[in-house]
Design a protein around this ligand. Structure first.
Ligand SMILES: [Fe+2]
Length: 276
């Protein structure tokens, strides 16, 4: 048990996740920011309740941890002065949640290291979000499998998620200006701050493993995608208006649960870039 003076931290599951109390994210002291940062590195995803942040306060909280990322395609609030905020809004007219396991924007060479999602409207039930620890998923593999994966590199692209597989990066623009974007990342990633190894492939964006035949790559990825979905590696969060989740994209994946798609649900996200 670590001594913390500013915040309380209570774990919510065995693999990852902790609820943080005793803080107002709109007015964090430098000491509290350091404690939140330490808890974030330890627990991989943090949850905060009853934070009624404005959009500016949401962005200001994110900026305590680094520069904010601007998504290449999704900037719904660009004309309102918030290009950094992505809106996830669904209801009976737009029944949708991000219901596929993924890590945010891994089709970029430098994806955001952290994402911070706040809830403005929550369904009465359902629409939870789940996170999975890619440390735990990696640790559960056999030594042999860990060794085999250790020097593999995977291709991540926007083809499956955004449906623009036909376009190459330097090629013509697709509908709505979308185009194929891709990046390469190691299949096993060493976290730069904790030094721990994490599995780093995800169903939404990882399309193949470099240097393998297509059927070998597909079989290995299918195994890994199934492996990382084990409930043993996961935690689950029930949203309420005012809830905030902050997670580490370097060692986790997440997905929403599509069990009440027609209920009004409104969340907004900012993401943080590595300071390079
Ligand atoms: Fe996401």
């Amino acid at each position: 048990m670590k001594t913390r003076e500013q915040i309380t931290v209570n774990r919510v599951a065995g693999a990852l996740g902790a609820e943080v109390g005793g803080v107002d994210l709109a007015e964090l002291s430098d000491a509290a920011v350091e404690e939140v940062r330490a808890a974030f590195l330890e627990h991989q995803v943090l949850f905060f309740r009853e934070q009624n942040l404005t959009r500016d306060q949401h962005k200001a909280f994110g900026r305590r941890f680094g520069k904010l990322h601007i998504h290449p395609f999704e900037q719904q609030l660009k004309h309102e002065g918030h290009p950094e905020i992505i809106v996830f809004k669904s209801d009976e007219h737009k029944p949708f949640v991000a219901g596929v396991w993924h890590t945010d924007a891994t089709f970029l060479a430098d994806p955001p290291i952290s994402s911070i999602l706040r809830c403005i409207v929550a369904p009465e039930f359902g629409g939870d979000t789940m996170w999975a620890s890619m440390y735990a998923a990696y640790d559960a593999l056999s030594d042999r499998m860990q060794r085999m994966l250790s020097d593999l590199v995977a291709i991540h692209d926007t083809g499956r998620a955004f449906g623009v597989a036909a376009y190459r990066k330097e090629d013509i623009s697709g509908e709505n200006g979308l185009r194929m974007v891709s990046a390469e990342h190691p299949v096993v990633r060493t976290h730069p701050e904790t030094g721990r190894k994490a599995l780093y492939v995800n169903f939404h964006f990882t399309s193949s493993i470099k240097g393998m035949h297509a059927d070998e790559s597909a079989a290995l990825l299918q195994f890994l995608f199934r492996h990382l979905q084990s409930p043993d590696f996961s935690c689950r969060f029930r949203w309420r208006a005012g809830s905030v989740a902050m997670w580490d994209n370097r060692c986790t994946q997440h997905r929403a649960v599509g069990d009440n798609l027609t209920a009004p649900r409104h969340l907004e996200r900012v993401a943080i870039l590595a300071d390079t």
